[in-house]
Design a protein around this ligand. Structure first.
Ligand SMILES: [Zn+2]
Length: 121
């Protein structure tokens, strides 16, 4: 039985179990995924910032022959302004639309809690 990593060691998962972004103290930009150097200005003065986990679908693509059935690949732009390549889950793929409001949901993938997005009210 695989163990789920809930220790906060996954860079996208805060200790409180929320989606975590990188934040550059030098240029004030947020980025995803969090990393040691800012992808915009190369500063090493980076920290972490929790995301509210809300956003909208910027673009999406339906793959009908996935290993576990159809799945939706999408870019979600978070309210914080950064875009994430992810999957849309817990939704009928035929109802997914650009501009749709979504929220993060963590699901286990390869024994790690991984951020996906689902439609929000
Ligand atoms: Zn920067």
């Amino acid at each position: 039985m695989d163990e789920v990593d809930t220790s906060g060691t996954a860079e996208w998962l805060s200790e409180a179990g929320r989606l975590q972004l990188g934040h550059c103290r030098a240029c004030d930009a947020v980025h995803y995924y969090p990393r040691r150097a800012c992808p915009f200005c190369s500063s090493l003065d980076v920290g972490r910032r929790e995301s509210l986990g809300k956003g909208t679908i910027y673009s999406h693509s339906l793959t009908t022959r996935g290993p576990n059935g159809p799945y939706v690949l999408a870019y979600v732009t978070l309210d914080e302004g950064v875009s994430i390549l992810t999957n849309i889950v817990d939704a009928d793929p035929s109802t997914v639309t650009i501009g749709q409001s979504v929220e993060v949901v963590f699901k286990e993938q390869h024994s790690v809690l991984t951020p996906f997005f689902r439609p929000s009210a």
